[in-house]
Design a protein around this ligand. Structure first.
Ligand code: NAD
Length: 357
């Protein structure tokens, strides 16, 4: 076996159905007696319900969380932290709300409890992406890592099938890239393969029957594993492409991941054939890239970047950006082949595996 380094994150995870009832006790463990509850505007009611559950342990609610963690929104929330003398945050929602909790923790070192309601996986990472004047910068710090995560399957039942599909594919992307990461190690690879298996099994069931609690449980379990992978090892071409495309053309996060993933997999597969075989096995198929494309299609997800707002003139620009600022990838970055894969993703075509030059 190759040499490896494995570092586990100091994080407490409570997983199950009805686990929200344990939230007051989880806050007590962290000595939080005046929590600020965070949500997005559409999830404000959920925030009020949770504040009611917390009773005197809730100091108030901030329901202004939004995509890309803009610094001006964080400053509004920080004013509330100070005004209420909050001694902890409870983030209830998807990656956007978790991002706000992390931004507050970075500035204050207050303890965070996250109650995820999507499959984004941000709750398991010490990484924060913030936007200032339209520019997104990403940083990592132990202060950013949440102390406790309470996964309650009940809270994911309302995730609409369309978002379930793309958020779930976003989670699969973390696991796929963990399997060929530079820092890959046997523990994270076990988690990654299990994440892909769990999500690929559960997502089609949920899209067909959104009320299937067992499938919802399987997807949330897969999302937890995938988030752990994202927090433990570095990502590669796929995440870089999605970051570039999302930032340059303001494309929706999870949908972009869903569309790009089969094409990034096809690009990297010839460089890591044993990993591609492992991913195919987890998907229950013979070809990893085609299997990911077929899964997205089965989930009725959009398959073309042109359908989520990317302009055709952006293909070359995206290819240029994807090969500047060198970053690690299992296959060297070849501009021509990367331009071709972006063009295929733009059009919604099936992935094409290009042999190594
Ligand atoms: P999101 O948090 O923006 O949620 C999208 C919308 O869905 C929001 O309006 C939200 O309130 C709503 N929603 C969430 N759960 C719901 C539910 N169960 N029922 C009904 N509505 C629900 O989207 P996301 O995909 O969860 O997160 C994406 C963001 O997270 C991106 O900004 C991304 O950069 C970030 N992210 C960060 C990391 C990290 O490690 N820092 C990791 C993954 C994602």
């Amino acid at each position: 076996m190759d040499r490896f380094v494995y570092q586990s994150a100091p994080m407490r995870v409570v997983f199950g159905t009805g686990t929200l009832a344990e939230l007051p006790a989880e806050l007590e463990r962290l000595s939080i007696s005046r929590a600020l509850v965070l949500t997005t505007p559409p999830q404000e009611k959920q925030g009020h319900d949770i504040a009611a559950l917390l009773g005197a342990r809730a100091a108030g609610i901030f329901s202004g969380a939004t995509m890309h963690t803009p610094v001006d929104v964080t400053e509004l929330a920080m004013a509330q932290v100070k005004a209420l003398n909050a001694d902890g945050v409870v983030a209830v929602g998807g990656g956007s709300t978790t991002g706000l909790g992390k931004a507050i923790a970075l500035r204050t070192d207050l303890p965070q409890v996250v109650v995820p309601t999507s499959y984004a996986g941000s709750e398991m990472t010490p990484i924060l992406g913030e936007t200032r004047d339209g520019l997104k910068t990403t940083q990592s710090s132990p202060k950013i890592l949440p102390e406790t995560v309470v996964y309650d399957v009940d809270l994911t039942m309302s995730l609409p099938p369309g978002m379930t599909a793309t958020s779930g594919m976003n989670a699969i992307a973390h696991a796929v890239e963990a399997l060929y990461a530079r820092e890959k190690n046997p523990i994270i690879s076990l988690m990654a393969e299990e994440a892909i298996r769990a999500l690929a099994t559960a997502l089609p069931v949920i899209v067909a029957t959104p009320g299937d609690r067992e499938a919802r449980s399987g997807a949330l379990y897969g999302a937890w594993l995938a988030g752990t992978c994202l927090g433990a090892v570095g990502m590669a071409l796929h995440h870089k492409l999605c970051h570039t495309l999302g930032g340059t053309f303001d494309l929706p996060h999870a949908e972009t991941h869903t569309i790009v993933l089969p094409h990034a997999m096809a690009y990297n597969a010839p460089a890591v054939p044993e990993v591609a075989a492992r991913i195919a096995r987890a998907l229950g198929t013979s070809d990893a890239a085609q299997g990911l494309y077929d899964l997205a299609r089965r989930l009725h997800a959009k398959l073309a970047l042109k359908d989520i707002g990317m302009p055709e003139s952006g293909i070359d620009r995206a290819a240029d950006l994807a090969v500047t600022n060198a970053y690690w990838n299992p296959r060297p970055l070849e501009r021509g082949a990367i331009r071709d894969l972006i063009a295929r993703a733009f059009a919604g075509e099936a992935p094409v595996t290009v042999p190594l030059a």
